[in-house]
Design a binder for this molecule. Structure first.
Ligand code: PEP
Ligand code: MG
Length: 300
């Protein structure tokens, strides 16, 4: 049975991720560091939809330098050889703690100082990462996305800081991709509800269903005793996903899903009918998901 399964998946290697009636989506992979790149290539992903850059910080005993980060991002850009690599800026805090950040203890860290809130508070730290990302963008097709967004002003401030870094690089004659796409994670109910306004600010949305579920249902994603209440297919979450896709498309931008739900084969048809443009999943989920997409006929 296992051999037959492997053989079936081999059938969908190197072919497009398209339904029987011609709806094509981008099927990307999620990674945490350059060590995962061979897995991305071995599983025939069409790009990287989520590079969780905080793993570079989690695996280090001190702040990773600009050059260390640059090397990691460049390695991903080069390995993907012109295919998209979406790199998420630092998403530290909550369940992802690093001692050297010296964050104050909090009663409720999932709702505290984390992700973009740290970056917009400690701008030097943010600029170091943005410089590394921009420099690496000269070596492939990098896109940047900002995590845990709740407000339009946050995105505008992120873009302002990014522009300052671009200007610094221009002054030094350092190359970067001037057309690099900028996106945000939609992983808070606020971002989903504000998606019409947020879509005007960015080139794409990537829906983080893990946090979106946690914050919509008010259930800690790591709390295992609430399984009876935790419904990953809760209609409230699905409605927010649908709203986000519709508002993204109204503004002419692409919308993907990079949380675990993206790999849930029982929802693939639902997401495709909603019009999702991209699904980004862990590397071993790539081929099973392509097989699923190719089995669907949305005209029926
Ligand atoms: C998410 O929240 O769905 C997501 C993709 O980000 P992370 O799991 O890293 O929080
Ligand atoms: Mg998240």
């Amino acid at each position: 049975e296992e051999e037959l399964r492997v053989a079936a998946l081999e059938q969908v290697r190197g072919v497009p991720t398209v339904t029987k009636d011609g709806k094509k989506i981008n099927l990307y992979a999620n990674i945490g560091n350059p060590g995962n790149l061979p897995q991305v290539l071995a599983n025939d992903a069409e790009g990287i939809g989520l590079f969780r850059s905080e793993f570079l910080y989690l695996e280090s005993s001190d702040y990773p330098t600009e050059d260390q980060q640059f090397e990691a991002y460049k390695q991903a850009a080069e390995a993907l050889d012109g295919k998209t690599v979406v790199i998420r800026t630092l998403d530290i805090g909550a369940d992802k703690k690093v001692d050297y950040f010296q964050l104050d203890p909090e009663e409720n860290p999932a709702m505290g100082m984390r992700a973009i809130r740290i970056c917009l508070t400690r701008v030097d730290l943010f600029k170091t990462q943005l410089r590394a990302l921009l420099r690496a963008s000269a070596y492939g097709k990098i896109a940047i996305m900002f995590p845990m967004i709740i407000s339009v002003w946050e995105v505008q401030r992120c873009k302002e800081i990014l522009n300052e870094v671009r200007q610094e690089l221009d002054e030094k004659g350092i190359a970067y991709d001037k057309d690099m796409e900028i996106g945000i994670m939609v992983e808070t109910p606020a971002a989903a509800v504000m998606s019409e306004e947020l879509a005007k600010e960015v080139d794409f949305f990537s829906i983080g269903s893990n946090d979106l579920t946690q914050y919509t249902l008010a259930i800690d994603r790591q709390q295992t005793q609430l399984d009876a209440f935790f419904d990953p297919h809760h209609p409230a979450v699905l409605k927010l996903i649908q709203m986000t896709i519709e508002n993204g498309h109204k503004a002419g931008i692409w919308v993907g899903i990079c949380g675990e739900l993206g790999a849930d084969l029982t929802l693939t048809e639902t997401f495709l009918r909603m019009g999702v443009d991209e699904l980004s999943v862990s590397p071993p989920s790539v081929l099973p998901l392509r097989e699923k997409v190719r089995s669907l006929d949305l005209s029926k």
